[in-house]
Design a protein around this ligand. Sequence first.
Ligand code: ADP
Ligand code: MG
Length: 304
Amino acid sequence: MARLELKNLHAKVAEGDEQILRGVDLEVESGEIHAMMGPNGSGKSTTAKVIAGHPAYEGTDGEVLIHLDEDEFGEDFEIPEDKRTWSILELEPNERAALGVFLGFQYPAEIEGVTMTNFLRTALNAKLEEREELFEDDEADADTEEDDADESVPSPMEGPADDGEVGVAEFQEILSEKMEQLDMDEKFAMRYLNAGFSGGEKKQNEVLQAAILEPSVAVLDEIDSGLDIDRLQDVSHGINALRDEQGTGILQITHYQRILDYVEPDRVHIMLDGKVVKSGDASLAEELEDKGYDWVREEVYETA
Ligand code: ADP
Ligand code: MG
């Protein structure tokens, strides 16, 4: 089990003084689905980007923490007691990913000649390698420079330098299993990265990427936008599979209640003017659908 915790998070744009987040409190545990809703401009995407470490934003107060259990990365990878809670605002985006935080809005660009399969295997190996580095015990540090030097000159017996921990054959098995879980056509993975992908296919890619990386918590920003009903159902099925098959916690940012008919949230949070002002169960999303946000605004500012 892992838990992502936002504690009184304040943030502004990096170039400028405009405060956007004004004290966001939120906790998402593995295996839970949380929906974050709110009017345009309330700070939902900024929350996602600050969690991801997007360079355009700067945390100015509060914390983003990830709490890990000792066996969060499997039984062969025991996390020492002093490395189970990480404050991630100071970490690089790829280090955050290595700790199990997945940010769905980071679309890979179209890159010529790279298949989905290769891209996903490279991403998985990069994550595993980064994780090794983060958890390397300090006593072993003395040896690492030597090791690194060795690695930079791979022996021909070891194959190309980018071979990584998960080899081609092993990865193919992982990929097949995941694509089956997501009900995706295997041909999809043979296509070139994003080349000619429809909006819906890009969203499905996002889910596939999360399935391969097996994050503890995935933040999905408007993954439902622009999807027709069939694609919405496919993507929803995939999101539910992430939770059911690998226990990923989901923070689903959405403007519309519609996707919540298929991905039923355990909790719903309403964001307004850079804060989470109200939380409730799934019925809260239905109430928003009926009544809009004005009543929330009135309630919040009356009691303030
Ligand atoms: P939401 O996703 O809830 O629609 P955003 O997080 O995208 O809202 O934006 C929240 C507020 O912050 C908006 O008023 C937006 O104009 C402002 N904002 C977001 N990013 C930037 C930026 N890079 N530069 C200036 N203002 C920004
Ligand atoms: Mg947004």
